[in-house]
Design a protein around this ligand. Structure first.
Ligand SMILES: C[S@@+](CC[C@H](N)C(=O)[O-])C[C@H]1O[C@@H](n2cnc3c(N)ncnc32)[C@H](O)[C@@H]1O
Length: 280
């Protein structure tokens, strides 16, 4: 199945989806400053889902290699949790961009509450056409946002344009972890439909990065550390009758057959890639 065979997300509609998810989560108490999967270093790790979500941001920090002199772009910044953690842990300045106005309002409120509004600034915008001059960032991080963007190649070109020479891009993306067939697992279909996403083809990544003028540093299959244990944790918590904050993404006022994290439990073909690249 090629990208063009998948329904392409429309940025405006993705923005409205995240507006709704953010407002719903604030209303029903499931609000979380991280809107992403967790990262467990090993199968016997006993980290909670909250700890594992922060750990994913820390893995990004390790790969970006930034410090207090750096300016980082958080591409698809959510409500700012990862960006604020980068500010706190590295001292870097962070600019975040999201297609959801509601997320941006919330992220700037959280930055002010944390007393770092001068180092963390969030603004509304579309990653397909970044509102920044060439070579304006030392690093770009994109935690789980590429899957919502209608043209990965165009976004990578934009990222390459705004990075300084030597600057790094770190991203996670979902990909088909088994050879593609016309029929996907129904859980993946629901994920793509209800979360307005497409699955990447791992074979496309290196050519896309090269066409964008980026050099590959690492391309890792982190499914065993991320998507598989995240689904396992969410299902276990739901079985215990708990509604973890991390279930924000399952909070839909949709039909009965709406996507739920349980749909992806044990689905080995729902892969997660961790990509690090660099502008030469
Ligand atoms: C799963 S959330 C991840 C949020 C954040 N990175 C985190 O880890 O908490 C996906 C994010 O991508 C953003 N996004 C999706 N498409 C976008 C686009 N075309 N331009 C800018 N942001 C976009 C959404 O608004 C949302 O903030």
């Amino acid at each position: 199945m090629t990208d063009s065979a998948q329904t392409l997300p429309v940025p405006g509609a993705v923005g409205k989806l995240y507006d709704e998810l953010t407002l719903n989560a604030m209303k029903d108490g499931t609000f979380n400053t991280n809107v992403h999967i967790g990262y467990w270093d090993s199968p016997d790790s006993d980290a909670s889902i909250e700890e594992a979500m922060d750990r994913l941001t820390d893995v990004f920090i390790e790969h970006m290699q930034v410090d207090k002199g750096s300016h980082v772009l958080d591409l698809g910044c959510g409500v700012g949790g990862p960006g604020l953690r980068v500010v706190e842990r590295t001292g870097a300045r962070v600019t975040g961009i999201s297609i959801s106005e509601e997320q941006i309002r919330t992220a700037n409120r959280l930055a002010a509450a944390a007393g770092v509004a001068g180092r963390a600034v969030f603004r509304h915008g579309d990653a397909m056409e970044l509102p920044f001059p060439d070579a304006s960032f030392d690093a770009v991080m994109a935690l789980e946002s590429f899957c919502h963007m209608p043209d990965r190649q165009q976004v990578l070109q934009e990222v390459s344009r705004v990075l300084v020479p030597g600057g790094r891009l770190v991203l996670t993306d979902v990909f088909d972890r088994i050879p593609r067939t016309e029929v996907r697992h129904p859980g993946i279909e629901k994920f793509c439909r209800d979360l307005m996403s497409t699955m990447a083809d791992v074979d496309d990544y290196v050519p896309m990065l090269h066409r964008s003028g980026l050099r590959v540093r690492a391309l890792l299959d982190v499914t065993e550390q991320t998507t598989l244990p995240t689904a396992r944790h969410l299902v276990r918590l739901a079985d215990l009758g708990e509604r973890p904050e991390a279930m924000v993404e399952s909070n839909f006022a949709f039909a009965d057959d709406a996507f739920h994290p349980a749909d992806l439990a044990g689905v080995e073909s729902f892969g997660c890639l961790l990509v690090t690249a660099e502008r030469p």
